[in-house]
Design a binder for this molecule. Structure first.
Ligand code: 0PR
Length: 356
């Protein structure tokens, strides 16, 4: 702790290039402040926020192609991924395993750990997508869940979801799609990724990433009510009698912020946001390639490029909030706060550090 004189201020976004968080929509910020003391985990005491949550889940259903969605707004992608594994485990018998591509987010490791299930990771193909044959080779009679990624953390890749649904079906397993980051951009692309495109059982889609809601706001959605039933525990001293969520007390700010963001932006605002972000990603990829760096093609608004360590370090020293993939590439996530001007300032600094 520093002395009493220093006033903490939040991070400004003008140099944040590798985060999956962004500035909330103004209406979402306002709604979050208004509902920050309401607890959606106790709907009988806080009915207004419970009503907002029901509407928000319906709106999330529109985003992910599901007309009668079951789910809730939780703490984020980690919780939703844990819940997907937990539901699959509870609906299966005996010791079970989960098969996922190596590109799956590390939250699946946490899920496997807390739920005591085996996590089998299949190699990805040359384009960083799940290799369907490799996933199929790891699935067996004890596989309860196949997990796929739609918008991967490191490269923004979309797994072949319909083919993985077939693999899950053949193994009599469930299919979960992690669209934590991709869920609010994929509706405006021609990828097959949603509940409408394949036999998807559950999905993660996070309002607090591309959805412009405040933190914490994660989405867990299921096709069937049985999924939520498989997660529910009795809550004898609350007015409501069962609770499927992992958290108990939950964020009214996250729920109200999600509702307000969806109300303001679905679908046209999110489409504009996606088009701007994708154009920025392609611009950055082209500029980096023109400077001679190896660039991974931005399928979604996320650019990875091979930068020497000293240049990466110099850019961090210059104040850029950047991080790398596990293979060491610079990773820039073109979130809504990332403007063309920011990218030009970043490229100018890159030119400077390259010339030292
Ligand atoms: N699934 C995917 C595909 C993700 O990318 C992430 C987070 C999660 C699940 C987990 O979501 P929560 O963090 O909401 O539980 N991926 C980001 C990452 O690991 C998280 C992040 C976000 C990290 C903002 C830094 C940051 O500034 O890169």
């Amino acid at each position: 702790m520093t002395g009493a004189a220093s006033t903490p201020t939040p991070q400004e976004f003008d140099r944040v290039l590798s985060s999956m968080c962004t500035e909330p929509h103004p209406a979402a910020r306002e709604a979050a402040v208004a509902f920050l003391a309401d607890n959606p985990g106790d709907p009988a005491t806080y009915p207004a926020v419970a009503d907002l949550e029901a509407d928000a889940v319906d709106a999330l259903g529109d985003v992910v192609g599901l007309s009668n969605p079951h789910g809730y707004v939780g703490s984020g992608g980690t919780e939703a991924n844990i819940q997907a594994v937990r539901a699959a485990r509870n609906l299966a018998d005996g010791d079970v395993n989960v098969v996922a591509p190596e590109s799956a987010h590390f939250s699946f490791q946490k899920a496997a750990d807390v739920l005591d299930v085996e996590l089998r990771l299949a190699p990805t193909d040359d384009d960083h997508r799940a290799d369907v044959d490799a996933v199929a080779a790891l699935a067996d009679d004890d596989t309860a869940l196949v997990a796929a990624v739609a918008g991967s953390t490191e490269y923004g890749r979309v797994d072949p979801i319909p083919a993985l649904a077939d693999v899950a079906g053949d193994a009599d397993a469930r299919l979960h799609v992690d669209a934590a980051w991709g869920g609010f951009v994929l509706p405006f692309t021609d990828h097959d990724w949603s509940f409408a495109d394949a036999a998807v059982d559950t999905m993660t889609v996070d309002p607090h990433k591309m959805g412009r809601a405040p933190i914490p706001a994660g989405g867990f959605l299921a096709r069937d009510s049985e999924t939520l039933d498989a997660l529910a525990v009795d809550t004898p001293y609350l007015e409501s009698d069962a609770q499927p969520t992992l958290g108990g007390t939950r964020s009214g700010a996250g729920v109200a912020g999600t509702h307000a963001a969806l109300d303001a932006l679905w679908p046209d605002g999110y489409r504009d946001q996606y088009e701007r972000a994708q154009a920025n990603a392609e611009y950055l990829a082209d500029e980096l390639a023109a400077r001679g760096y190896d660039v991974v093609d931005p399928v979604l608004p996320l650019v990875a490029a091979d930068l020497p360590d000293d240049e990466f370090g110099a850019l961090r020293d210059a104040g850029w909030r950047i991080s790398t993939t596990s293979a060491g590439e610079l990773r820039v996530v073109c979130m809504p706060h990332v403007t063309r001007e920011m990218l030009d300032a970043f490229l100018a600094d890159l030119t400077d550090v390259g010339n030292v």
